[in-house]
Ligand binder design. Structure first.
Ligand code: F6P
Length: 528
């Protein structure tokens, strides 16, 4: 048995709540950019810290971080560097991807995007009939949707640009609602797709173009459509010109692309200065991960901890609970970032991995989640690591009410840790007819959680939080020796969707399994 596995077995028998001291909390509270992160409610002690450090050192994590930032081709199944950090680097930074210097192109494209966003915000960019743009609709899916959607929501207090809508689903009702009430003359459509081949996005983009052309004619497309993509040739085929196309590069993964031109909706929402602060927050975390010692390095320590919880404690999920209503899309964003990256069953060389890997990431804002699934977190048969993300100050609304929100976050972490023993529960009350409620009202406690505190959910704090998760995911993937940067697992479903669409249209179900063939036949009989 490995040291880490033996430690998991040993520590799981110990009441974590007995470990708490002010010194422990002080030494396990890390500062990374604007975030104060308390890891003292985790199974971290001298022995587990030493074992995790040893694991990181055996896996060469320091060199791996150097190689990542040097732009080496770490995404080996696609033969590419992983260099989204360049998208938030500054002039003068020496960033390379696959051996080529990239900053000149990065800065040029960033400036094009920021300048265009400012023209839309100021009203300088007008529609075909001279009207000011009042609604912007981003059509994209996965990494071309979740990041900008999450960030625009998270930074709602900074949103002073035009109305922004996001359309991802090929379900026609998604586009329907985004176009409802929109005046084509005052609407800008952003088509966001790294590959410009994604069927959901192209289908919605074509439908949006028909909607626009029906009232303004073909010539209006130039003023009302822009594209965000690495595939300039495919964008041109679609009919969007080079002036209206904002590019990025294949070494920016889709789920890591919100810092690039894919962030155009964020730029339009919050403007140049706030967007640059967002990038600066991510850069703070880039510097932190490269320079902090193991014990102080938030992404490295949490990546190792989560890898250990999954691999040796067999914890299959992680709950992310933002105590900030504006962060309601964060769990969905992190689902793609984490699960598309770590949901792999073979290592970098293609050999089967003999332990569990990626966990299910899920969550809802507090306090809402408390009244839905926290029952299971407190008294379920297994524990789940929980992240509490808590800004101390309200950006909108009354601070006194926000204080109650914060109090709830702190109370949940305390309840998970401290619990309540059966004697105390029994003494508090009995049930109908003197029924013993002790076992029902016992809280086992010793359930780990992380407290992320920051002064306020500013663009800088958000940028640092997202970059933290990117690096934490990198560390986990590296410890498991898997490629966190490809996503072959989405391909089969995409191909079969095309053949299912064909079968729905023609009725030909040759080659389909019996269940799928029967479903196709039923839909053909029962649709309008
Ligand atoms: O299907 C998965 C995926 O490839 C994601 O990785 C990506 O973010 C999303 O589709 C959208 O891809 P694109 O930006 O190329 O349209």
């Amino acid at each position: 048995m490995s040291t880490l596995k033996a430690l998991a077995a040993e520590l799981s028998q110990q009441p974590l709540s007995n470990w708490m001291t002010p010194e422990r909390t002080q030494s396990l509270t890390l500062q990374a950019g604007p975030w104060r992160v308390d890891l003292s409610k985790h199974y971290l002690n001298e022995a587990s810290m030493a074992a995790l450090k040893q694991w990181c050192s055996e896996r060469g994590i320091d060199q791996a971080i150097k190689d990542l930032f040097a732009g080496k081709p770490l995404n080996l199944t696609e033969g590419r560097a992983v260099m989204h950090m360049a998208m938030r680097a500054e002039a003068g930074d020496d960033c390379h991807a696959d051996g080529e210097p990239v900053m000149r192109d990065v800065l040029r494209e960033r400036e094009r995007c920021l300048a265009f966003a400012e023209r839309v915000r100021s009203g300088e960019h007008r529609g075909a009939t001279g009207e000011r743009i009042e609604r912007v609709i981003n059509i994209g899916i996965g990494g071309s949707d979740l990041g900008p959607r999450m960030a625009v929501g998270a930074l709602a207090p900074d949103h002073n640009g035009p109305d922004l809508r996001f359309v991802a689903n090929v379900d026609p009702s998604d586009l329907y609602h985004a176009l409802e009430g929109a005046d084509p003359a005052k609407t800008l459509i952003i088509v966001a797709s790294k590959t410009f081949t994604t069927i959901e996005t192209l289908t919605n983009a074509r439908a949006a173009r028909e909607w626009l052309v029906a009232s303004l004619g073909d010539a209006a497309v130039a003023d009302h459509f822009v594209a965000l993509s690495t595939a300039a040739d495919k964008v041109a085929e679609f009919g969007i010109g080079a002036e209206q196309t904002f590019g990025f590069w294949d070494w920016v993964g889709g789920r890591y692309s919100l810092w690039s031109s894919i962030g155009l909706p964020i730029m339009i929402a919050i403007g140049r200065d706030a967007f640059c602060e967002f990038l600066a927050g991510a850069r703070d975390m880039d510097q932190h991960v490269q320079s902090a010692a193991f014990e102080q390095n938030l992404p490295v320590l949490m990546g190792a901890l989560y890898a250990w919880y999954r691999q040796d404690w067999d914890k299959p999920s992680v709950a992310v609970i933002p105590y900030d209503q504006h962060l309601s899309e964060l769990p969905a964003y992190l689902q793609q970032a984490d699960m598309e990256s770590l949901g792999k069953r073979v290592d970098r060389e293609g050999n089967p991995i003999d332990h569990p890997t990626g966990a299910v990431v899920w969550g809802e804002p507090g306090t809402n989640g408390q009244h839905a699934f926290f029952q299971l977190l407190h008294q379920g048969s297994d524990w789940i690591p929980v992240e509490f993300i808590v800004p101390a100050n309200a950006r909108l609304g009354a601070q006194s009410q926000h204080d109650l929100l914060v109090a709830n976050a702190l109370a949940q972490g305390e309840a998970l840790l401290v619990g309540k023993d059966t004697d105390t529960a029994r003494a508090e009350m009995s049930g109908p007819g003197g029924l013993d409620l002790g076992p029902h009202r016992t809280f086992p406690g010793s359930r780990p959680s992380t407290l992320f505190l920051t002064e306020a959910m500013t663009p800088r704090a958000l940028g640092a939080l997202i970059a933290f998760h990117e690096h934490r995911i990198f560390v986990q993937g590296w410890l498991w020796n898997l490629n966190a940067y490809d996503q072959w697992g989405v391909e089969l479903g995409k191909a079969l969707a095309l053949s299912a669409a064909d079968a729905l249209a023609t009725g030909n179900t040759d080659g389909k399994d019996a269940s799928t063939a029967a479903a196709i036949a039923w839909v053909r009989e029962n649709r309008g």
